[in-house]
Ligand binder design. Structure first.
Ligand SMILES: Cc1cc2nc3c(=O)[nH]c(=O)nc-3n(C[C@H](O)[C@H](O)[C@H](O)COP(=O)(O)O)c2cc1C
Length: 174
């Protein structure tokens, strides 16, 4: 199966997952800006990875706008975020990014990444600062929120190659 793995990454976690998947699948790995310039009609499978941004998936609009023209291809989306794999927020957040009709055409996965403040652009850093400040200011903070503040206040890496297994299974490769 001729496969393209396309990624949109701000600090490198999504790129790393895309490279792992492409290597395991013998697929071509393309950054989103490069994929935009390419004719992707000859691929049998298109895997798109985008980083989680306030519940959304960065770059997903580009992918969704092409889903109809890619009918007949295997379509997979993976989202890479700072939340751990067992976070109850993940499933509902992923679902909010797709209509029911879209979900029938695409398989969707989540891979935990982390935070890398050293590589993060200033605008994102400021957004995170504001988010952390808002959470800290909340009077009736839950234990989960306190834990989240602790976790996202500095850089961490919870990415692991094992999280690509379900995606490889979906491509009939595992
Ligand atoms: C502005 C902003 C919003 C974010 N929103 C979320 C989110 O809603 N859920 C989540 O799990 N991670 C969120 N993150 C964390 C990133 O998705 C995470 O750092 C991811 O690993 C980045 O991937 P990248 O290195 O490919 O850019 C957010 C990060 C930033 C900077």
């Amino acid at each position: 199966m001729k496969t393209a793995v396309i990624y949109n990454s701000q600090t490198g976690f999504t790129r790393r997952y895309a490279q792992w998947i492409a290597e395991a699948a013998g697929a071509e790995c393309l950054e989103l800006s490069e994929a935009k310039r390419r004719d992707l009609s000859s691929y049998d499978a298109i895997v798109f990875g985008g980083w989680a941004r306030a519940g959304g998936i960065a770059g997903l609009d580009w992918f969704k706008a092409r889903m109809d023209q890619w009918a007949g291809k295997k379509l997979i989306v993976f989202c890479v975020g700072g939340s751990p794999i067992d976070s109850p927020e993940i499933e509902p957040a992923l679902n909010r990014n797709f209509t029911e009709a879209e979900r029938k055409k695409v398989d969707v996965f989540y891979c935990p990444g982390g935070f890398n403040y050293e590589k993060m652009p200033l605008a994102s850093k400021l957004m995170m600062k504001l988010f952390i400040k808002t959470l800290k200011a909340k009077k009736d903070q839950t234990e989960e929120e306190r834990e989240m503040v602790r976790m996202i206040s500095s850089s961490y890496d919870i990415s692991d190659k094992k999280y690509i297994e379900p995606i490889l299974n979906c491509l009939d490769l595992a």
